[in-house]
Design a protein around this ligand. Structure first.
Ligand SMILES: [Zn+2]
Length: 602
């Protein structure tokens, strides 16, 4: 952390009194200059923890635990430094925004005040599950074979009816707009503020530190058709500054802690209930998507913890298609990927509940994604009879095929496909190679490695682009044949000034039937015109050089200029890609970029 940052942290420390902060959590008694409390860091019966207002530190005379206000919170709440800073700022009512701390995106999220609200809401919902009100939800879960242990392990809660959370948080001193901002309440059509979730089972979504980012809430009341229609089965916290579905993987907090040197793989499943059911089978290395596709951010997050992913989705057609798509994206980023060969129409949760023996067999049946995809598409396309279907079959494998970078695997499946399709290696290659998606993912890598340089490219590229056009224009003055090539190629100058000059000589060539332009004559013609200095610059740059130009040189120049034009657009797109954090936008831009690349003339 930089100098500036430590200074600002120092300022926060100076604005608070450690006695107030510790007093929020421990009962303090004044004796002389110091305050005393029962020490929370060891089995204490007499108050042996002293808090010094003068020195702004705490110290236990029994277990020697000591430190400043931040260290107290880190140890007491088992949180990291930045989270402790956030708690202190909250208690002392310091607006961290106004301090302009120079933080990274992840530090900003860590410090975010919404987390405190969410953690409070989490405790509230969990408590509600244990009350009479929560009984119906508790029983519903039990009926679905979600045990009390599951409920505790996953901090599953219950949101009661009416506005109980809102009232609870307001009583804690939170402003209504903060509560709405954190996605815990909403404004209704009738301009009333209401709890976001009511009469629902609540699944908290935790970040990698185990802190709450938001919630997913499931309706559970049966036999109320209208209610079911009005309320979706699951609703989530709306996107907030900290709750972004495209970045969150449910249960990653726990899954990462369950990895060990003997088992470093992570199961990727579709829903929360899959994760919870798998954990009842002692399978804890399991994460679920928040009902979205696997994004670039998800992939980057997973990469921090593992290289081995096992995909376990529904056995129905959409489930299989999703598995193939996800496997393709993961393989392209060099993960080892396996897909569980689930031939039932059930998801892991249903399998565990309906047929545990079958589940135990299925979970041990993993396939390479290509085998999985070949099996799947084989049932879809009758390629033994129909060449069109054969081609479609291979096209479907294309993205997956191109995501595999290992030559041995490629060779292995090439042999397999040869037998299956009766095609030769060359024939297979001509259909399988080259794929949109992979072009895009390669581009991502290029963008990342070239990020630093790319700032300098636009200027020189633009310069070259203009210089080459000026030279071409000069040639067109010297020789009518050059002019003719430009016309034939339908070449248009990009620079407005060159366009005007070109128009001028077009008139001369057409009207006067000359073989070249008299440079001096054109100069006189441009007298008093604002284009004169530009024209003069071109003449000065080129007239004393000895040029030899053939038709093929001119055509080369035209090609280069056209390519520069495309490259400039690519550079522009590339900087847009680095400047946007919206993954969908990035993919769209990458697509445009790869389309542009195809237009480059070789
Ligand atoms: Zn102690």
């Amino acid at each position: 952390m930089d100098q500036d940052f430590s200074q600002k942290i120092q300022q926060i420390k100076e604005q608070v009194n450690i006695v107030d902060i510790v007093g929020e959590y421990l009962k303090l008694t004044r004796k002389g200059n110091n305050f005393w409390a029962i020490c929370p860091f060891h089995q204490d019966s007499n108050p042996s923890l002293s808090v010094s207002q003068e020195k702004q530190i705490y110290k236990c005379f029994s277990c020697s635990e000591q430190g400043n206000v931040f260290i107290f919170l880190q140890k007491y709440k088992n949180i990291d430094f930045l989270s402790a800073v956030r708690e202190v700022a909250k208690i002392a009512k310091i607006d961290l925004e106004k301090l302009h701390l120079n933080l990274t995106e992840s530090q900003k999220i860590k410090l975010h005040p919404f987390k405190i609200l969410n953690n409070l809401a989490l405790n509230f919902y969990q408590y509600q599950m244990t009350t009479d009100l929560g009984k119906a939800a508790f029983n519903y879960l039990n009926d679905r074979k979600v045990s009390e242990k599951n409920i505790n392990d996953f901090a599953i809660g219950f949101a009661p009816s009416k506005n109980q959370l809102l009232e609870y948080l307001q009583l804690q001193g939170y402003q209504t707009n903060e509560i709405i901002g954190a996605g815990l309440a909403k404004i209704t059509d009738k301009d009333k503020v209401k709890d976001m979730f009511f009469n629902r089972i609540i699944f908290p979504i935790l970040d990698l530190d185990g802190e709450c980012l938001g919630f997913s809430a499931r309706s559970f009341i049966k036999n109320q058709d209208n209610l079911e229609k009005a309320n979706f089965k699951y609703i989530n916290t709306p996107e907030t500054e900290i709750f972004k579905k495209g970045r969150i993987l449910y249960n990653l907090y726990k899954a990462k802690n369950s990895l060990n040197p003997h088992n470093k793989s992570i199961y990727l499943v579709e829903g929360y209930m899959d994760v919870i059911s798998l954990s009842s089978q002692e399978i804890n290395n399991c994460v679920a998507l928040m009902g979205t596709n696997l994004t670039k951010e998800h992939i980057a997050t997973l990469k921090q913890f593992t290289n081995d992913i096992i995909i376990f989705l529904d056995g129905d057609i959409p489930g299989k298609e999703a598995a193939i798509k996800i496997a393709t994206n993961l393989l392209a980023q060099n993960f080892n990927v396996k897909v569980i060969d689930n031939q039932t129409n059930q998801d892991p949760d249903e399998l565990i509940k309906n047929n545990l023996e079958q589940f135990k067999t299925i979970i041990n049946t993993t396939l390479h994604p290509l085998d999985f995809a070949i099996n799947f598409y084989q049932t879809k396309y009758d390629f033994k009879q129909d060449s069109y279907q054969l081609k479609t079959f291979l096209k479907q494998l294309q993205d997956l095929w191109n995501a595999i970078k290992d030559p041995i695997t490629t060779k292995f499946y090439l042999e397999k496909l040869k037998v299956l399709t009766n095609l030769t290696e060359t024939e297979l290659f001509s259909v399988l190679k080259e794929s949109q998606q992979i072009v895009a993912s390669n581009v991502v890598n290029q963008v990342n490695s070239k990020q630093k340089q790319s700032k300098f490219i636009p200027l020189s590229l633009k310069q070259k682009f203009l210089e080459l056009q000026k030279q071409l224009f000069f040639f067109s003055l010297l020789d009518y044949q050059v002019y003719q090539i430009l016309e034939k190629e339908k070449f248009i100058f990009d620079d407005q000034r060159l366009m005007t000059l070109h128009f001028l000589i077009t008139e001369k060539y057409q009207r006067e039937k000359i073989q070249q332009i008299d440079l001096q004559e054109l100069l006189n013609l441009l007298k008093d015109n604002e284009l004169l200095p530009f024209y003069q610059e071109i003449i000065n740059q080129h007239q004393n050089k000895k040029y030899q130009f053939t038709a093929s040189i001119i055509k080369d120049d035209i090609k280069n200029i056209k390519n520069y034009r495309i490259e400039l657009k690519i550079v522009n797109l590339r900087s847009q890609i680095t400047n946007t954090s919206n993954p969908e936008k990035q993919i769209e831009l990458l697509q445009q970029m790869s389309n542009l690349k195809k237009n480059l003339i070789k």
